[in-house]
Design a protein around this ligand. Structure first.
Ligand code: GUN
Ligand code: FE
Length: 446
């Protein structure tokens, strides 16, 4: 790969309240950013002249860090956009488990996963954190699809053995076999990940209701012994939140901690109902939350208080929750995260007086949303991406302005950097994204 230099207009968010823009020269060595310069500086000219490989981002295009999707169910790709009017339990049993059960067929998995990974890359998702199904072979196919397409990914075989929380036609036979398959899947994912290691395993107990105590305890032990990250669903809805107190006599967060599943860089999906004490526990353990705003509107029964979680020191990023959320891109989740935060702030019932209607200080803006989608998600995972800065891997995308068929219109006299950034975050889709790199490799465009 060697040294490659990129020259262009950069927009990114180093912190959740800071938009950083400017014409830059970015020097990448073997996929790692080793220097960045202001394009107008003398040292930039020297750096550009010194490298044989220079990519100049055209005027009218913007270079941004790649997007991190912290929560995706890969085998739910075929049902994207359907059955979202049901409550979570019904949606799982009547639509989702039947869809996932089809991935017993590894050939079907291969076709679906190639399509999924290609689609997500086109949306600029350079890092994806996947739930696979219970099937080991299909899980290998998912890891292979990511490695082949060059997407940075965490791939988790789903563990679920509870005789009541799962249907008998789609579950692990028992805790012991679930643990054995989860352990074997770690090596299987690694074996197809390729030498650069951008595809990694992640332990995936589905959620409390789908797992026996024996399985939860065993997964905690496996996490500690293997050092592999964990992902699960936490306090997603009224139902899941109440279920934890009924079965375990404590909150979902406390239960996960009790079983050793709340570790550094554990990814908790949703967490709409976590208390302040839960947030303290999550922050203290170094776990993070995948905020899935659109999915929550359907299944969450509440809006996740993203700003309160960030203020409590919790690591937070964004997730599509495909297919609980019906939109595949992380920029769309930025849009939705801003929207639902405003609904939480204002409240939604006009019959209630304005001063009692909402939860004050809940709103987030597009800068915070994009930070969640990039540096925030990267921090939750503990992966050096999410920012075009020294020491990070070069995961990036180019958004074209004024592209025919695209969503963004740029008025040079009117749109300053801040406005243009808002337009990109709120409006850009695959038609506006011309190039995507992961780990210094071109994965979309040429
Ligand atoms: N809880 C357990 N499984 C799932 C799932 O597949 N999607 C969502 N949204 N919540 C879950
Ligand atoms: Fe989910």
């Amino acid at each position: 790969m060697g040294v490659h230099t990129y020259v262009g207009r950069v927009m990114q968010t180093p912190t959740r309240d800071q938009l950083d823009t400017g014409d830059r020269v970015i020097v990448v060595d073997e996929g790692t950013i080793v220097a960045t310069h202001d394009a107008s500086s003398d040292v930039a000219a020297t750096a550009t002249a010194a490298t044989a490989d220079v990519t100049t981002i055209p005027e009218g295009s913007v270079l941004m860090p790649g997007l991190v999707d912290l929560h995706i169910h890969a085998p739910q790709w075929p049902q994207l956009g359907t059955a979202l009017d049901l409550p979570l339990e019904k949606w799982l049993f009547e639509h989702t488990f039947p869809c996932e059960a089809r991935f017993a067929d590894a050939n079907f998995a291969r076709v679906v996963y190639a399509d999924l990974v290609g689609s997500l890359l086109a949306h600029g998702t350079t890092t994806a954190v996947y739930y696979s199904s219970v099937h080991r072979q299909a899980t290998i196919e998912l890891a292979r699809a990511c490695a082949a397409a060059g997407q940075r990914a965490f791939v988790g075989r789903v563990a679920m053995d509870h005789p009541e929380g799962t249907p008998e036609w789609y579950r692990d036979a028992d805790a012991r076999s679930a643990l054995a398959d989860s352990e074997a899947s770690i090596d299987e994912v690694r074996s197809v990940a390729g030498p650069d290691g951008i595809v990694e395993p992640i332990l995936t107990p589905r959620f409390g209701p789908a797992c026996t105590d024996e399985l939860l305890a065993g997964m905690g032990e496996l996490a500690a012994a293997s050092g592999v990250r964990v992902q699960t669903h936490c306090s997603e809805s009224d139902w899941q939140h109440g279920y934890a107190f009924e079965r375990f006599g404590m909150s979902d967060t406390e239960m996960l901690d009790r079983f050793g599943l709340l570790a550094d860089h554990t990814i908790l999906a949703h967490a709409d109902f976590v208390s302040s004490a839960d947030m303290g526990l999550i922050a203290g353990r170094g776990a993070g939350i995948a905020h899935c705003p659109l999915s929550n509107a359907y299944f969450g029964n509440a809006v996740f208080p993203a700003r309160r979680a960030l203020d409590a020191g919790v690591r937070v990023g964004l997730g599509t929750d495909i297919a609980g959320g019906a939109r595949a891109g992380v920029l769309q989740q930025c849009h939705d995260a801003v929207t639902v935060s405003r609904l939480l702030d204002d409240g939604v019932d006009a019959s209630i007086a304005a001063d009692r209607r909402g939860v004050a200080n809940s709103a987030i803006d597009t800068v915070t949303a994009f930070w969640l989608a990039t540096a925030g998600g990267a921090e939750a995972l503990g992966v050096p991406v999410g920012l075009l800065d020294v020491g990070r891997r070069f995961d990036a995308l180019v958004v074209d302005l004024d592209r025919r068929g695209g969503a963004i219109r740029y008025w040079a006299d009117i749109d300053d950097d801040a406005r243009l950034f808002e337009k990109i975050v709120r409006l850009a889709g695959p038609d506006d994204i011309s190039t995507v790199w992961v780990d210094g490799r071109t994965v979309v465009g040429n």
